[in-house]
Design a protein around this ligand. Sequence first.
Ligand code: PGA
Length: 249
Amino acid sequence: MRQLIAGNWKMNLLRAEALGLAAALRHGIADIAAEMLVCPPAITLAAVAQALEGTDIAVGGQDCHQEAKGAHTGDISAPMLRDAGAGWVILGHSERRQDHGETDEMVREKVLAAAIAGLTPIVCVGETEDQRRSGAETEAVGWQLSGSLPRGFGTEVPGVLAYEPLWAIGSGKTPTEAEIAAMHAFIREELLRQFPDAGAAVRILYGGSVKAANAAALLGVPEVGGALVGGASLVAEEFLAIARAGRGG
Ligand code: PGA
């Protein structure tokens, strides 16, 4: 399977900085075999999409509302993201779950809304540090998987999963390769149980403190279908180096 290297820019980069990063990525992708995606803030998404037009770098949103339109001040819908040039959207990121009280049910509705609008969702799951410490990490991720994925996931609702342990995000800490392998194997089993027809083909990304220095090791773990990269995706050379470590298929 071709690996997907996705950059989550989070709430970073003013327009000129975003365009500068897009231009640097555009110039650096010649020798990259993996699939590439950047997810800028909604306000700069259209400009970044335009700057990357004609390249193999896709553009995605970081969240969308579950409704297509309506009285939801400050929110952004999936058709709006699509209209601005997005092909993808990150959903259920732990920062959305924490900062905005997003529940598994909301994430599931958003996944459907994204699919209807023609966006491919990246659905994020991951355990807290306490859950990991008490040995409840697979149980926690299992609940998120059964709550966040709608019927038809992987078939009528194409999508990607991202395993992001909360304690690894932005911390410089990562699970061991064995821990990542175990969790990805568990997620694969759950996908096959919930979606017997499609579960084998859904890519499972790893996210949390991925950087150029650890990318080759993390991307070499069995069942890792790519990376969701936060901090290191804001620096062109770092992100390009991570992408170069990704497999082409
Ligand atoms: P990080 O973030 O790479 O900065 O740890 C990953 C993410 O939250 O997607």
